[in-house]
Write a protein that binds this ligand. Structure first.
Ligand code: BES
Ligand code: MN
Ligand code: ZN
Length: 498
């Protein structure tokens, strides 16, 4: 999709469709007011006749409006006046795009960006608009016979600006959002692919593809022999029950000279059956999404590269399957992690932390300025926060705040949960240094506590995306979260935000 900005009035703009908004109680948005004046009161007449209510989620498409140059005017309900925030803005854009996307319209101009949106700015409005629109065009029909992925039907999107001095910020927002959309689409594709296609080797190839296309990214893929040589027996214990080879994927992006890197570690369980501690049958298919942490960090890498951010970034992905079999790890087995610490595996379904602890130990070699792991780690996180907030856990207040702030700015929110020593008692083991599970109580926190034993002295945060990485039910599918949060965090660090 191509983007441009315009300062011309809605009625003066030629093209396929201009998108304007009307609030409840008959209050016209700026674009709608201009159309109304040019058409001698057409919008107000429709409000009086009850065709336009202004309620959120409603719309009316008007073809061939007299006095207006555009072929169509799409009027979107903006909700209660004085209540127009980021959520309402995004819903308005979504309503518009979903209405137009199946039509013949090829170019649009969005005038909703002229409205006052509480807590926003021209840069972020452009970002939300383009990200929301881009995600409306996402579809996943790779696995259906005879269907091909459709390219967006809209080729050109204009964003209205109030004054010329807003143009640069608006274009920057559109450019960043376009990269975020492409990253989210990659993450969503990897998540949505079934486990018989998206294997550890497939993830490795996806990471290598980015490196092949880009000069400043390198990807290294370690096989099981090398993983063993590194002493990653916690990681290897998880892959014992499968014939699919495990991989350790290591990506490196150099965008700045002497700067310590940010290191992102992503959980890459391509299918989690639970191992010998087998999961119950219903809904088990959703455990193909257990590599969404890996997908989100690969996607973030591709965005950082696309935007050529002046930072250094490393990505580490331990990836394998967790299946039961005669060669699988048993409950009660004790393994030695790469760090030298021994772990009693009381439940083979708590496998995420076993692969991550070795990846976090491996990450030390990069001397990270910041270390963040991203994982669909616990069902307990879904119980605690539901599907709207990613759990943010860190012993470092600055890092936790930067991540939650990034989530707010990117409208991909997180919520901090405690990570404190009191919880560590739950991991005591009679036989090894500690166990891989606590009791059910505070399960998301004890999982993080387990990881904290491997990140001593590091500026580390843990994101549990078990509730946010995918949706179940009728709209089942990967969401691409927390790619916007991670990207915002890195844009901020790169000083790339206006
Ligand atoms: N991948 C799951 C976590 C998960 C479960 C995410 C459901 C989203 C929805 C993880 O590997 C797991 O099985 N965790 C166990 C840990 C338990 C055995 C301590 C869980 O949450 O039940
Ligand atoms: Mn599990
Ligand atoms: Zn898992």
């Amino acid at each position: 999709m191509e983007f441009f900005t315009t300062t011309s009035a809605a009625s003066r703009r030629a093209g396929g469709c201009v998108i304007v908004g009307v609030y409840e109680k008959g209050k016209l948005g700026l674009g709608a007011a201009d159309i109304d004046a040019a058409s001698k009161g057409l919008i107000k007449r429709h409000i009086r006749d009850g065709d336009i209510s202004g309620r959120s989620g409603t719309s009316l498409l008007l073809p061939a409006v007299p006095g207006v140059r555009s072929q169509r005017v799409l009027v979107i309900g903006l909700g209660k006046p004085g209540d127009f925030g980021i959520k309402q803005f995004r819903l308005a854009v979504e309503t518009a795009i979903n209405l137009i996307k199946g039509s013949k319209v090829r170019d649009i101009v969005i005038y909703l960006t002229l409205e006052d949106v509480a807590g926003s700015s021209p840069y972020y409005l452009a970002r939300y608009a383009v990200e929301t629109a881009g995600n409306c065009f996402y579809s996943f029909d790779e696995m259906k016979s005879g269907k091909k992925r459709r390219t967006p039907s809209i080729k050109k999107t204009g964003l209205a600006v109030k004054k010329r001095s807003d143009t640069a910020k608006t274009m920057l927002g559109a450019q960043h959002a376009q990269a975020i959309v492409e990253g989210m689409s990659l993450a969503r594709d990897l998540g949505n692919l079934p486990a018989n296609v998206c294997t550890p080797s497939y993830l490795a190839r996806a990471a290598q593809k980015i490196a092949r296309q880009q000069r400043n990214v390198t990807t290294k893929v370690l096989g099981e022999a090398e993983i063993k040589r590194l002493g990653m027996h916690a990681f290897l214990s998880v892959t014992g029950g499968t014939t699919e080879p495990a991989k350790l994927i290591v990506m490196q992006y150099r965008g700045a000279a002497k700067k310590k890197p940010v290191v992102l570690v992503g959980k890459g369980i391509t299918f989690d059956a639970g191992g010998i501690s087998l999961k119950p049958g219903p809904g088990m298919d959703e455990m193909k999404f257990d590599m969404c942490g890996a997908a989100s960090v690969i996607a973030t890498m591709s965005i950082v590269e696309k935007l050529k951010l002046p930072i250094n970034l490393n990505v580490v992905i331990p990836t394998c399957e967790n299946l039961p079999s005669g060669t699988a790890t048993r409950p009660g087995d004790i393994v030695t992690s790469m760090s030298g610490k021994t772990i009693e595996i009381l439940n083979t379904d708590a496998e995420g932390r076993l692969i991550l602890c070795d990846a976090l130990t491996y990450a030390r070699r990069f001397k990270p300025d910041v270390l963040i792991d991203v994982a669909t780690l616990t069902g307990a996180c879904v119980i605690a926060l539901g599907h709207h907030r990613t759990a943010v856990m860190s012993k470092h207040d600055d890092l936790a705040n930067d991540l939650t702030d990034a989530g707010i700015a990117a409208d991909d929110r997180g919520w901090r949960m405690p990570l404190a020593d009191e919880y560590e008692k739950q991991l005591r083991s009679n036989f090894a240094d500690f166990a891989n599970i606590g009791s059910r109580d505070g399960g998301a926190i004890t999982a993080a506590c387990f990881l904290s034993k491997f990140t001593d002295g590091m500026n580390w945060a843990h994101l549990d995306i078990a509730g946010t990485a995918w949706r179940g039910g009728g709209k089942k599918g990967s969401t691409g979260r927390p790619v916007p949060m991670l990207t915002e965090f890195l844009l901020q660090r790169a000083g790339a935000l206006p």
